[in-house]
Design a protein around this ligand. Structure first.
Ligand code: ZN
Length: 87
């Protein structure tokens, strides 16, 4: 897990989700993102493409992707008070 103690980063109706992030979501699908990086498998773990989300938001994102909805724009920067990077 690349982000410790983080909360879900999805924005729901203008507010940030308040659930603890238990899942990692790839903003750009992992296989596509790796291709964009010339097949570099390390891109799978590129934090720029990862968002911590709760299980229910992850479900929502997965369903949205499957249905072809654009779900990439629904994340916000985490408030500093609730987020600290792993060092
Ligand atoms: Zn959530």
């Amino acid at each position: 897990m690349m982000r410790c103690g983080g909360f879900c980063e999805r924005i729901v109706d203008g507010k940030r989700c308040t659930q603890v992030a238990t899942d990692i979501h790839h903003v750009v699908k992992a296989d596509k993102y790796i291709k964009q990086h010339g097949g570099d498998e390390d891109a799978y773990f590129d934090e720029a493409n990862l968002r911590g989300v709760c299980a229910s938001c992850h479900q929502w994102l997965t369903v949205g992707e499957r249905e072809g909805r654009d779900v990439t724009g629904c994340f916000g920067p985490p408030p500093e008070s609730t987020w600290s990077p792993c060092i």
